[in-house]
Design a protein around this ligand. Structure first.
Ligand code: IVH
Length: 665
């Protein structure tokens, strides 16, 4: 017991330290797999000893609370909005007004992060509440969701009796791009920009979903700062950092408004290089005494102003709206644009997401529109320029039949999407095969969309399962194929048979079941047969598997066409067991630490090998470590192993250990 408690405390310390290294210092101290392993161990310990769970344990960050609705919270002080400045001249005007009250002014210029305001309350150093802005007076209680954001400290460094912090919750551009890609792969609607994605994620009723969304937070304000002995905004930012918050590093303390204007211009030029969206800067009078003297107007402080960048929007024309049929049959309207240069690249098409969006923005074929890049990446039609209409513009209608197979198109109840109803639709089949062979699915190299189209056109395959009966003789005559590529392709197809259950489940393209869900289901059930026999209740009981996903799985496996497809794969001897059960569990229960640089594998690979063989890839050496695998330039972990008498292995020794024990087992 005592040992376990010590271990638990140690794990929490390691995890929090790793979080801080990552989020505060921007220097990851361990691999994701190491981190996950520590987290898993801590979760196990806490499950065993529920009374040891504390509100600031890092395990609360994985989420789990599911709310029916959000309760309201009244803000201690209302959240005000800011006046806007759109030019250097507007900034000078602001400066003149400030100088009517004081002669010497210092400004703090901070980036204006394009996310949403989140107010945090701490009591006795512990985070007790997170709330949205709402109408400024009353917001929504999103505490469970806020706790999943790793850059928000659950406990302050100091045990202040009460502290309210405000800042911006946001989604980094990279997380946004990844999220949208995943959603597209899963047949879900995409988010228009990082701010919408952040807002949607923070207002999730299921905090486990929020936890997966990779949100971040920059803190910039403390209520009652003067009582804490802080006299200006620069000190607040320093204080916030000391307490464990992430403060945006790009702020400046500047002595004149001309310097402020210069900094604004500089950031306008550099904004696209930042890993998050900003829509301007916030300029604040640094000194609190002066802030107080300046006071407020009815709705905003006189001591601050928001400098807004001229929007990076360009004008172009919607020449046509076409419809693309995706893997799940969803019809996605796409604007074909007169090509224009925007935020660094030429754009000639933009997804219009769905019909609701087209109607909301009243986009018509022939319209002049303003275009920008959401999250600096994805071209998006911002709005129409109705004053430029000639009357010749045409209203877009969703086709009543699928543009690829002429089957009827229907809108699913309660959804925005329109779908082609035919499961044999060539577009759906093509997209389905493209998905099946993709990297995270069956990973069949050398099988691009063009070859897939050829195979379908030539009648050599009707679905992805037919890939496994392709022959050399069938492939060679295809255009641009040749003997060598035919051989390679057959080899890649052959190799894909042993991808295992997880990737296979993802490859099947079941609605809502992404790569991660595939992995979880594979680990849980071990074989396709067991999964197919699972009841709805059983599936719903699995953490990370939402009710919609569970329902879709049951529906999918109840289909006759699914069973036929799976039988075909089975006949081709496609492996339908989970990875791990394939490998002899020779490292079961053993904790193994890898250190130094290896020659045969990279970190991820060897950690996967360890896990596939039942072991645990740990990040630090203790008495409980079974082996340390040491490569070149191994340092402190190696010495620690020697100190504790833990067995040290070279790469070769590790490999033969796997093999030897394989023979034994
Ligand atoms: S100061 C009275 N600082 O911009 C002080 N706001 O109208 C008001 N924002 O939606 C806030 N970055 O959430 C401040 N560094 C920053 C900010 C910032 C983004 C947002 C804020 C609000 C709007 C201000």
């Amino acid at each position: 017991m005592q040992d376990e408690f010590e271990r638990l405390k140690w794990l929490r310390g390691e995890i929090e330290a790793a979080n801080q290294q990552y989020y505060l210092l921007d220097q990851p101290a361990m691999s994701d797999a190491d981190f996950d392993a520590l987290m898993r161990e801590l979760l196990e310990l806490e499950a065993k000893h529920p009374d040891w769970v504390t509100p600031d344990s890092p395990t609360v960050r994985v989420g789990g609370e599911v709310a029916k609705e959000y309760s309201k919270v009244r803000h201690l002080e209302p959240l005000l909005s800011l006046d806007n400045a759109f030019s250097a001249e507007d900034l000078r005007e602001f400066d003149r007004r400030v100088r009517q009250v004081a002669s010497a002014v210092e400004y703090v210029a901070e980036l204006k992060i394009d996310g949403l305001t989140v107010a945090l309350t701490y009591e006795d150093g512990l985070m007790v509440r997170g709330a949205t802005r709402g109408d400024g007076e009353v917001g929504e209680d999103i505490t469970a969701n806020v706790k999943t954001v790793k850059s928000i400290p659950l406990r302050l460094k100091d045990e202040v009796p009460r502290l309210t912090v405000r800042g911006e919750g946001y989604m980094p551009k990279a997380s946004f791009a990844r999220l949208n890609q995943e959603r597209e792969e899963e047949g879900l609607s995409t988010f228009a920009n990082p701010r919408n994605a952040a807002a949607g994620s923070l207002r999730q009723l299921n905090s486990q979903i929020t936890a997966q969304r990779k949100l971040d937070y920059f803190a910039y304000q403390v209520l009652g700062a003067k009582e804490l002995g802080l006299h200006n905004q620069a000190q607040v930012l320093t204080y916030l950092k000391q307490q464990g918050f992430v403060v945006n590093p790009e702020y400046r303390v500047l002595a004149t408004i001309e310097e402020v204007a210069e900094f604004c211009a500089q950031m306008a030029a550099e904004r696209h290089q930042l890993p998050y969206d900003i829509d301007g800067l916030v300029i604040k009078v640094n000194d609190f005494a002066l802030q107080e003297e300046l006071g407020f107007t009815a709705k905003s402080p006189r001591w601050a102003i928001a400098y807004k960048f001229p929007a990076e929007q360009v004008e172009t024309v919607v020449e046509e709206i076409t419809v693309r049929v995706g893997r799940t049959g969803v019809l996605t309207p796409t604007a074909i644009l007169r090509p224009v240069l925007v935020a660094g690249s030429t754009v000639s098409r933009a997804t219009l997401h769905n019909l609701d969006n087209i109607r909301d923005k009243d986009i018509r074929i022939g319209d002049h529109v303003l275009l920008h890049k959401a999250g600096d990446v994805i071209p998006e039609v911002v709005r129409v320029l109705p004053e430029k209409r000639s009357g010749e513009e045409r209203i877009f209608e969703m086709p009543e039949v699928c543009p690829e197979c002429q089957s009827p198109v229907r809108q699913d109840e309660g959804e925005v999407a329109y779908r082609c109803q035919s499961i044999t639709c060539p577009a759906r089949q093509r997209e389905g095969v493209i998905h099946f062979v993709s990297r995270d699915a069956m990973a069949i190299d050398g099988l691009g969309p063009a070859v897939i189209q050829q195979l379908l056109d030539a009648g050599l395959i009707a679905d992805a399962a037919d890939l496994y009966s392709l022959t050399f003789e069938e492939l060679v005559p295809l255009e641009r194929m040749g003997k060598k590529s035919a051989e390679n392709l057959l080899q890649a197809i052959q190799a894909s048979k042993s991808r295992g259950l997880g990737p296979l489940l993802f490859a099947l393209g079941i609605r809502h079941t992404g790569e991660k869900a595939g992995k979880i289901l594979a680990q849980r059930f071990g074989t396709m047969d067991k999964l197919m026999a699972a009841s709805l209740e059983e599936l719903q009981g699995i953490p990370d598997i939402g009710p919609t996903m569970a329902e879709n799985l049951v529906y999918f496996f109840s289909l006759e066409s699914t069973r036929r497809f799976i039988d075909k794969l089975r006949a081709a001897e496609v492996d339908m067991t989970a990875d791990a059960s394939l490998k002899p569990q020779v490292l079961a229960g053993k904790s193994i630490v890898v250190t130094g640089s290896l020659e045969r594998w990279d970190r991820r690979e060897i950690e996967k090998i360890i896990e596939d063989h039942g072991g645990k890839a740990a990040s630090s050496v203790s008495k409980k470590t079974a082996y340390v695998v040491a490569g070149e330039k191994a340092g402190s972990k190696l010495s620690k192993a020697r100190e504790l008498g833990v067995q040290v292995l070279t790469e070769e020794e590790f490999e033969s250990l796997l093999k030897q024990e394989v023979q034994q087992s």
